[in-house]
Design a protein around this ligand. Sequence first.
Ligand SMILES: [Mg+2]
Length: 174
Amino acid sequence: MNLFAPDYYVKSFKTLDLQKLHENGIQLLLCDIDNTLVAYDEAIPNQDVVDFVEKLKKNGIEIALCSNSPNVRGEEFGKHLSVSNVYTFACKPFPFCFKKAMKDHGLKANQIAILGDQMYTDILGGNIWGLYTILTAPIAIKDRNITKVFRFFEELIYGYLERKNILKRGEFDD
Ligand SMILES: [Mg+2]
């Protein structure tokens, strides 16, 4: 298994098939914020995000937020969505937020999915620690400066995965 290859590749959180999560025994969706749910300079969730969280709850899937960005942003974001478990400054791909999520929700790693836009943080971290990994195309082209560095290396990974026929950018599962 390639540690950068996601289990599931979607264009957007809006196209994510919840049935697939049920089939894989997923009970909690751990969601990255920046460029996964909104652009990094959007302070509060828009209606699409609100609807998505509602849909998850209705379908019996819990949601928690995890972000590598600092506390205030994530907590503010969580408040608007009535999501109580928000793991900020998560340092993905390190496992702090994954372990905390397992403990807080009483779940095993394979019952948790991570949804994110970055291979070096969300997908690598999720794969190392045994979560179900969902890669989404990033929402905006704009990135934080530190993310720009990761994106450069990410280009190399995309190239590698394409050559190995593991994943083709823009050819989504849903
Ligand atoms: Mg992100």
